[in-house]
Design a protein around this ligand. Structure first.
Ligand SMILES: [Zn+2]
Length: 84
């Protein structure tokens, strides 16, 4: 994944807080148009063993407040840089 150093306009001061309800704890990230490709190998007994899987996101990634569903996507780039 590309690592962007520059933080875009939607940077909160301090912790990210929902401007609508004040929630600063519970957030949802929603990716649109996701293709998940998983590889499986079939064993001798007919069972399958999962190998690697790959997720490709074609659409937008949005960020929502999990408490009131406020769209916080303007903070998404900041949010991503704060995931450790
Ligand atoms: Zn909220």
């Amino acid at each position: 994944m590309k690592k962007k150093v520059r933080i875009q306009s939607g940077q909160p001061t301090g912790r990210l807080t929902c401007p609508a309800c004040g929630n600063d704890y519970d957030f949802l990230e929603v990716a649109e148009n996701v293709i998940v490709t998983a590889r499986y190998l079939q064993n001798d007994d007919g069972s399958f063993t999962p190998q690697e899987s790959e997720t490709e996101i074609l659409g937008e990634i949005k960020l929502f407040c999990a408490a009131c569903d406020q769209d916080l996507s303007e903070y998404h780039s900041y949010f991503q840089e704060m995931i450790f």
